[in-house]
Structure formats: C-alpha cells, structure tokens
Design a protein around this ligand. Structure first.
Ligand code: PMP
Length: 957
C-alpha cells in the first residue's frame, strides 16, 4: 500500500517532497533477502530527503507552520481517489477510529489522578461534540502521522523556512480526511506557549491548499486533543512494558504540558480560533446577530437616559494624552476627576469609551493571558455617567446573571441579560461596574421588558474601582462562563473576540464616524512617511514599530504591547519620568527665552553640571544636540591652537553636520562617504578583541595610543597644524568598546605633545551610565580631557547638550566673535537638565547602572559557554555589547546573525540594535530604570534565540 501510494503521489503531485521508490535491477520495488542469521527479510530502497526534523527545528516560525499545513493540504488533495484494500480498518493503535478504545484500555496506567481527569474531560467533549459529526465528514486515505519527528524542514537561513519532506507512510489508512490535519496540529502544538496560535497557522496553510468544510473545523480541535490523549495513554502504558524505549515516549512531557494548557481553553473558543484561521467569521452566529440588530435598529430601546449623540468621545487608547504617566492609571480618583472634568468643560452629558480600542488601563495580573500577553483590546463601549444614573434593557430578555465580581479592576456588580428576539440567534448584553444595590432587585431567570430599569451606575470602589461608567458589551457565546465575561482581549486574538462581542454601538446607535477609532493605521503612517520624510532616514526593524508611549524602561506600541527597552540611552532616567516632565511643563508655562537674560535656573544648572567635572573643567556652553556640542568643541580647539588637523578613532561617529561628517569615519568611510578630508587622520580602533593589539598584550593601551602621535606628525608634515584629538570615552558606533587600560592618558599625552587639544565625546556614555564613574573618561586612569562634550541623556529626551572646557580654552575662543545659540540653555532646558541630575542622584542611578549592568554582563558572559557564537561580551555598567562570530578562531563576523537576533528579540518583546563596523555587535544601553529582573529576562530570551537554527547553522565548530 505504501509503495502504491508513493507511486500515486509521484504521478499526481511530483513536486511534493516525499520519498521516491528505487527499483531493484529486477524492476521490483521490494526484494527478498536474508539477515546475517539467515532469517528472511523484505527490503526496499527509498530516496533520501534532506532537512532537519521539525521536532529539532528552532523556531517554529508562523510561516513554517503555515507551510506544514500547506504541504499536508497538497498531500491530501493529491491522495484523493487513492484506494487500497490494506487501508481499510487497519488494526493500529493510531487508527483514529480506535483512539477512544486505546485510551480506555490504557488510561489507568496514568498515575496522576489530575491528569487522568484531563484525559477523561477531552474524551467526554469528543463524544459529545465531535463523534456525532464524524459520519458526515469526508473520508480518504491519509498519511496519518505528520508528527514532528516525521516532518522535515529545510533552509535554515531563509527568512521563511519551508517543509522539505514528509517521512514514514507506515501508518497510512482510510479515515476522516480531517484526521490528517488533527494529527499535525496535535504535534505542532507541543512546546508552544500558545498552542492554539500554532495550530491556527497549520490550519490556515492547510485550508489554503485544500479547503476545509465547516463541520471538519468543528471537530478538528477535539480530534487533535484526543490524539494527544491517545499518545499520553500509550506512553503511560509503554512506560510499564518497554521502560527503556525512549522514542516511544518522546512526546510525553510536551504532550502533557499541551494538554494541561488546552484543557483551560473553552472548546468553542478553540473552534472559533481555527475558523478565524480559515477566514471564516470566527463566531458563526456573529454576522446574523449584527445584521438583525442593524435591520431592527428602530425597535431597540435606549440603555442610558441621555441622548448619546452629544456625548464626549474619550481617547483611552495606549497613547492617549489623558493619561500622562502610566503610574497615574492606578489613581482612580485622579482619572475620574480628569474624565468628568473634560465632560463638564464640554457640557457633555456623557462620556464614551470606544469599542476595539487597545488600552493600557488594565494593570492587574488578571489581564495577563497564560500565553504571556497582556489583554488590551476593549470589547465593549463605556458610557461614563455619574453614579446612580439608571440603565435600561434595550430589548426584552431574561436575567442570565446578576453577580458582584468584586476583585479590584474587575466588573464589580454586573448584570447579564439574555435576548432571543424572533429571527435572531440568541445573544447576551452585559452591564458592568454597577452599584451594589442594582443586584438586589434582579434574580437570574427573571424576565425583563424593553425599557425596564436593570440597574444603576456604581461608584468607586464598589464598582471595581473605576471612574463611574457602564461597560456595555454584546456577547454571543458565554463560553461556559457565569456572571462575567472577558471585556478585554489580547491583541493577537482580537479578531476572534470582536466576533464573539460585536460592536456594542449596534445597540447604542451613535453616529458611526464619531465612535470609530481615530488613529491612522500603521501602514498608512509608513506610507505617509515615505511621501513626506526624506528617504535618507531609515526605520528600525523589518516590521517597523509604531511606538505610542514610553514609561520607565518600557515602550508601548499601538496595540498596547510593552517592549523592554534595551537600547534607548537618551531616556536616561526612564521614559516619561514624571519629575522631568513636571519640571519642563512648569518652566514652559512660566518662561522660555534665551541665555541673554539673567535667569537663576540657567546659572544654577551650570553650577550643578560643572561641579560634576574635575577642575579646571568648569566653563559650560549650552547647545541643543551632540552635533552642536562637537562642532563647537572643534571650533574651540581651532581657536586655541590655530591649527586645523584633527585625529579621530576609526569607526567613530561624532555628529551630523558637514564638519562632523568630516571627522566621522563611520560616515566618511561608509555608504555615500568620500573618505577622510586632508585635515583629518583616523587612528586604528583600540579594539583589543579583534584589533591590532589583543587583550593578551599588557601595554596594548600605550601601543594603540602611539598611532595618535604618528597621525599628528603626518598631519603636520602635510601642512595641517594639530588642532584636536577627538575621542569617545567608550566607543559606541565602533561596537561598544571599552578603551584598553592606559589608552586615553597616553593618547592625550601624544596629542598634547603635538600641540593639540583633547576632546572627550561623552554624548553616549556620560551621566553615570558606566556605573563605576559619572563620566566615561574617568574609567581611564590619569585621563583628563581639555574639552568634554555631552548630549543624549542630558535632557532625558529634551534636546539639551553642552560643551564644558577650561577657562583658558574658553578665553581663547572668546576672540570677539560671539557664540550665541537661540535654544541652547533656555530656562526650560535648564529646568529639565536640573531635574535629570536630581533624579540620577536621588534614585542612585549610577550605582544602579553598576549593579544591574554587572548582573547583565555576568549573565551574558555565562551564555558564552553554551553559545559558541558569543565571541565577546564587553562594556561597563549599562553600556554593554556582545560581538557575534562564526568562529572564535578566525573571528569571522556574524552580521546576519546579529541582525536576526535583534529581530527575534523584538518578537520576544525586547528592543536591542546592532552596531560596529562589521555590524556584528549587539548593543545594550537601556534607560537606567532597567532592573535586575529585566537583565535576567534579557539574558534568558537571548539564550533561547542564540539556540535557533539561523544562528547556529553557519557556526564553524
Ligand atoms: N557623538 C556621539 C558619540 C554620538 O553617538 C552622537 C549621536 N549618535 C553624536 C555625537 C551626535 O549627537 P546628536 O545626534 O545629538 O547631534
């Protein structure tokens, strides 16, 4: 039968990667032979299929799972019409029609009673919901064993990996066609945090190649779960009969884990999810209910007293300006004041919170899904009204439930009505956050008529501790829940839940355009950006992020997803730090002018800032960007030396003006660059990992520094008198490199000997980031620059930068030509700068950088034993880098792998980026609010991603 099937497939689907039969010289495909002992054997030869077992492939990306489905869909389409006597009623434990018998026979071998109960539960549901449908389903001969040890995967370096083959046709039989897919999803769900999402992808691919019928979709989840139950029952049994055969139980642990997760999923929800994967309405009744409500619009009564046409629509989305700092979400009284204040100002009789809006207001653990996602998408419409405002039944119905869901940020007192209007599938309406006395008047089972009062708006805290409002939601299927129903869904499951809870405006009947989400969709933003912004500006990530909010060490996208920010050092003391925001707001409201007027804040900040630097560095000039700072520093150096020659470190970036592009090898040697201009020399990067002098050389700092002296001599010989040695105190664009010991002092010595001024670019690394000291140059013994430039973290995102130098250089620069900067050092900037310094001090952020950075670095170093690609772990405090190499011998850079890792970490919710001249360095320079737990999370996620095939497959072992 197997041979016939393989030939059949070769003829009908030659492109399908299944083994081919190789005939013997006799033209037979099966020959008789004997083993060493003379026992008869039957032998056949099959072609080899390349690839990795799906069980070993990492990760199971959505596109790969989809391709698995597509492959099986094509296979089943091709097998249609194939028949064989041996395929019928096969006496095989894996025959789907025997599953229940197999489970019944072996379930007692499962020792844990909790687990036995899980199996019994799935069997019961199967008998109730799937078994009656089976006789109606399509039948055909199927492979029947597309488990993850029979599926092969190719192309480890492709963006979308494909199934490269399917093995082992030994379990083929004739049964319900859908069993093929059920087997595949049973195994595809193993080891997944979100098994149903994995199943959906396989189902989507299958449906694309070979459309499923609706009854097939109805049974699919049950059949897949029973397959897993069959597997664990057999494993339990085999454990007693063949305890040493590991293959027989390979799937046991992950199968239990999956069954435990799946037992918590309401079966209808699973079916809806799989329907959504096939682009069917997830909840089958949803379109009928929506169209009934539209058609009977005039028969629907009001829910609240005021006419909602004049209500104020409130923006409660993730990026809403109504919530300034995320911490404010916790304060119900303040939010209430805010929302009701706005309503009062606009004389609105009610406020409206939108349907299908992604929000961050759901902050308790109850809003976390088992899959590790926070639920954000609102499934109802909120109507904000004063406590005590009455609510009415919009249609006849019966009370389904009246219950107090008393946990904080839950519904509080809740009423659910059941409606069954003629000609419409039954549905429910849910009213949350009522007053407690509302519950006293209603009993489950009571009839209510359209227009009856069914409760009143509650006040915090008895209403779940929310600003007073009713959460009004339509629900089509209670999914077995009683007295409550999720009012918010995970964004990844949005479509399914919006189908389960169609737009409540179908009943509230406000003008559509008023309550529709106002935000421009992400693709439209990208397109507008393409049209209106210069094309020389890139966007981070292959699938760009739309970031709508930042708080502390997190950034939030428009779906409400939180990303751990591992890379934005500008938000030094944390995104949206309330103290910094308040300082800016306060000063902005009072005065914002320039530095030509006397102002206490400006001098106070100048004093605070210069006190942080060693003498004689105490003269400051405020500017607005790191580029302006470096530009000014170079002008000062030229004024002081009357020279023009500048020496910089290879790979460095110092700013975006022409003058700075000229001294930035990262730019002038990069794409579009024209090399170093005549007055500029670059010296080799003092990289002691892959540079000219390695870590084993004790005086490498001195040796690297010697190039600085040579470069100035060369400049002088070419008629460029020395002006400045410009160097970052730790190299950032160069690849997160800590200067070797003694480098900076020696380089300064050479520069000064040549008559040049020394400039420390602290734009990236200043303000305590390196932990052990406040400034980066202080990590280098005996190094004291003549000029220090600073920027990025200085205003925590507000454009504030500065040059600090000695009175002597400042004096030389003051040659009569005034330096004036319109915005630099204005009172608002200085107020913000002061607040940043206050926070660094009060929250002991420098110490924190040392402690958390130390833990992060130790964690990363710990990964080096397990991941050969981790060539180097380096940096200080919270300024760290890892360099990825394909071989620790040749140091072949792993740039594509680094880019891959950054993308994958983003998928896992952690933002990092690559850098270094070879693009093989992943940099970490998070806001200093980063915690030890964040460091551990980063290390653990990196551990997973570094084990993925794309990272591993080019390693030279
Ligand atoms: N110096 C260094 C070391 C930098 O990294 C940068 C910015 N990446 C600059 C200067 C320029 O700063 P800005 O972008 O604020 O002009």
């Amino acid at each position: 039968m197997q041979d016939r099937a393989l030939v059949w497939l070769q003829e009908r689907a030659p492109q399908l990667a299944v083994p081919r039969l190789v005939a013997a010289k006799s033209a037979e495909t099966m020959v008789r032979a004997a083993d060493e002992a003379g026992a008869p054997l039957r032998v056949r030869l099959l072609t080899w299929l390349p690839g990795t077992l799906l069980a070993d492939a990492r990760p199971h990306a959505p596109e790969l799972l989809r391709d698995l489905g597509r492959f099986l869909g094509r296979l089943d389409a091709a097998l249609l019409g194939f028949t064989h006597a041996a395929s019928v009623e096969r006496d095989l434990d894996w025959n789907p029609s025997r599953s229940l018998a197999v489970i019944a026979r072996h379930r007692d071998a499962i020792r844990d009673p909790g687990r036995r109960a899980i199996v019994d539960g799935f069997v019961r549901r199967y008998e109730e919901s799937a078994a009656p449908l089976l006789p109606k389903l399509r039948r055909s001969v199927i492979h029947n064993d597309a488990n993850d040890h029979n599926v092969l995967v190719g192309d480890p370096d492709a963006e979308a990996r494909r199934v490269s083959g399917l093995l082992d046709f030994g379990d083929m039989l004739e049964t319900q066609t859908v069993s093929e897919l059920a087997v595949a999803i049973a195994y595809a769900m193993l080891g997944k945090r979100d098994p149903l999402a994995a199943a959906s992808r396989v189902v989507a691919g299958y449906h694309e190649a070979f459309p499923l019928t609706e009854p097939e979709l109805d049974v699919l989840f049950h059949v897949a779960c029973v397959r897993l139950c069959c597997s664990v029952s057999l494993s339990a049994h085999r454990r007693t009969t063949e305890p040493d055969n590991a293959y027989l139980t390979v799937s046991e642990a992950p199968a239990w884990e999956a069954l435990e997760r799946l037992s918590a999923v309401p079966p209808h929800l699973a079916a809806y999810t799989l329907r959504a994967a096939c682009s069917l309405p997830p909840c089958p009744e949803s379109p009928a209910v929506a169209s009934w409500l539209r058609a009977h619009r005039d028969e629907i009564g009001r829910v609240v007293e005021p006419d909602l046409d004049g209500a104020l629509v409130l923006d409660l989305s993730a990026g809403s300006p109504l919530f300034e700092a995320l911490s404010a979400l916790e304060e119900t009284a303040r939010t209430t004041e805010r929302l009701f204040g706005l309503m009062k100002e606009t004389r609105a009789q009610a406020g409206i919170g939108r349907y299908d809006e992604a929000r961050l207001v759901y902050t308790t653990g109850a809003f976390d899904t088992p899959e590790g996602e926070r639920r954000t998408v609102h499934l109802a419409i909120d109507v904000f009204l004063p406590p005590g405002a009455p609510l009415f039944a919009p249609l006849d119905g019966i009370v389904h439930a009246a219950k107090d869901n008393a946990a904080r940020l839950d519904y509080g007192p809740t009423v659910i009505l059941r409606h069954e209007p003629r000609g419409c599938p039954p549905f429910f309406t849910l009213y949350g956050h009522l007053s407690r006395e509302s519950l006293e008047r209603l009993r489950a089972g009571d009839g209510v008529s359209k227009g009856d009062e069914i409760g009143r708006i509650g006040a915090p805290p008895e209403n779940g501790d929310w600003p007073p409002h009713v959460h009004f939601q339509i629900v089509l299927d209670m999914l077995g829940r009683d007295g409550e129903f999720p009012g918010v869904a995970a964004f990844s499951q949005r479509e399914v839940w919006l189908s389960l809870s169609p737009d409540a405006n179908l009943i509230l009947k406000m003008p559509e355009e008023r309550v529709r989400a106002a935000a421009r969709p992400k693709p439209a933003i990208l397109e507008a950006r393409r049209r209106s912004l210069g094309p020389s500006l890139s966007v981070s990530y292959r699938r760009p992020l739309e970031i709508v909010r930042g708080f502390a060490q997190h950034l939030y996208d428009e779906t409400g997803r939180a990303y751990l920010d591992g890379v934005n050092n500008v938000a030094h003391v944390g995104h949206g730090h309330p103290r910094v925001v308040a300082a800016g707001r306060r000063q902005m409201a009072v005065l914002n002018t320039n530095t030509r007027y006397l102002h206490e804040t400006i001098v106070a900040y100048a004093e605070r800032l210069t006190a942080l630097l060693p003498e004689p560095l105490h003269v400051v000039t405020f500017v607005c960007s790191g580029s302006e700072a470096n530009e000014l520093a170079l002008r000062m150096a030229r004024a002081r030396t009357c020279g023009t020659g500048i020496v910089v470190v290879d790979g460095a970036y110092h700013g975006n003006t022409q003058g700075l592009v000229d001294v930035s090898p990262y730019k002038f040697d990069g794409p579009g660059g024209r090399g170093a201009p005549p007055h500029v020399r670059k010296v080799p990067m003092p990289d002691d990992y892959r540079g000219l002098h390695r870590r084993e050389v004790p005086d490498r700092g001195e040796r690297f520094a010697a190039y600085v002296g040579e470069a100035f001599r060369d400049l002088a010989e070419h008629g460029h008198a020395p002006a400045a040695f410009l160097c970052e105190s730790l190299l950032s664009c160069g690849g997160q490199i800590e200067l070797p010991p003694g480098y900076l002092a020696a380089a300064h010595r050479h520069a000064r000997a040549a008559g040049a001024v020394t400039i420390a670019d602290e734009v990236q690394v200043g303000f305590g980031r390196v932990g052990s000291s406040f400034w980066g140059f202080e990590t280098q013994e005996g190094a004291l620059p003549d000029i220090v430039t600073m920027g990025k973290p200085m205003g925590n995102g507000h454009p504030l930068a500065a040059v600090v130098t000695t009175p002597e250089i400042a004096g030389a620069f003051a040659n009569g030509m005034e330096y004036f900067n319109t915005f630099g050092g204005n009172p608002v900037s200085c107020a913000i700068g002061l607040a940043v310094l206050d926070v660094i001090e009060e929250e002991r952020l420098q110490e924190r950088a040392e402690r958390v950075g130390g833990r992060l670095k130790a964690g990363l170093s710990g990964l080096q034993d397990r991941h050969a690609i981790l060539g180097d772990v380096r940096g200080r405090g919270l300024f760290l880098g890892i360099e990825l190499v394909r071989s620790r011998e040749t140091l072949e850079p792993a740039a594509e792998e680094a880019a891959y890792v950054v993308e994958r970490m983003k998928d896992l919710g952690i933002l990092l980026s690559t850098d270094g001249p070879l693009h093989d360095v992943i940099k970490m320079k998070p806001p200093l609010a980063f915690s030890e737990a964040d460091a551990d999370r980063l290390v653990s996620a990196l551990d997973d991603v570094l084990g993925e095939d794309f990272v591993m497959h080019r390693l030279v072992s």
